[in-house]
Ligand binder design. Structure first.
Ligand code: SF4
Length: 218
């Protein structure tokens, strides 16, 4: 069992090394952390005290313990996950997040050649990824890596979206069969409305991707 885990870790490290080089060519920074705990520590170090911090909807942010760590920091966290929050408050935070100092989210998929692939419903996460916040930090488990763009999009549609539909309780066609059923998927249930492929960052270093050597999120 240990040997199998070590092989997996070694393959994650190899993939991450190549992807981080490819991020650099695309004006983005990348680091690899073997564990969630290391990733949380690195990310907290990147967030300046007092800054306004927005969050994209993400299982990974919760699963890694990053949300709890951010809550303990001396920052102005737009905490869309706090108990008792109303839909109106979440909407207001989504808008504020577009001009935050730091925006933290995950990515639905990452290609071997260093592109970020994301599909959003509301679109606030991809909007912030594109423009607005001065700094964007993306945290993603190595399970999000896909060899190319085609497999990345297929991953989002056939792995992430069905699981996310079930998580948020929307009756999308994929929530019933586990695979995308587009074009037979319509509003108001449809959660795939914006497909954004981040090929590069015009502002070098604005986006930092923290790759984690663990399966995280969907
Ligand atoms: S388009 Fe619809 S069926 Fe396809 S993955 Fe998205 S929500 Fe699911």
């Amino acid at each position: 069992m240990t040997a199998k885990k070590d092989h997996k870790k070694a393959s994650y490290q190899l993939q991450a090394d190549g992807i981080i080089k490819n991020f650099k060519k695309r004006g983005m920074d990348g680091i690899f952390c073997a564990t969630s705990a290391q990733a949380v520590e690195e990310i907290c170090r990147m967030v300046p005290a007092g800054s306004l911090v927005g969050l994209g909807g993400s299982e990974t942010i919760m699963e890694t313990g990053l949300l709890d760590a951010l809550r303990r920091m001396d920052i102005r966290l737009l905490d869309r996950y706090k108990d008792g929050i109303s839909k109106e408050e979440v909407d207001a935070m989504r808008r504020q997040g577009l001009s935050a100092d730091v925006f933290i989210c995950s990515s639905n998929a990452i290609t071997g050649d260093g592109k970020l692939v994301n599909i959003d419903g509301t679109g606030n996460r991809v909007a912030a990824l594109i423009f607005g916040p001065k700094k964007v930090i993306v945290i993603a488990g190595m399970n999000k890596v896909a060899s190319n763009l085609e497999t990345a999009i297929a991953r989002v549609k056939n792995t992430a979206a069905p699981a996310n539909s079930i998580r948020v309780g929307v009756e999308t066609p994929c929530s019933h069969v586990g695979f995308c059923q587009d074009p037979h998927c319509h509003l108001p249930q449809r959660i795939c409305c914006q497909l954004v492929i981040t090929e590069a960052s015009m502002t070098p270093g604005r986006i930092t991707i923290v790759l984690v050597g663990e399966p995280l999120g969907y």
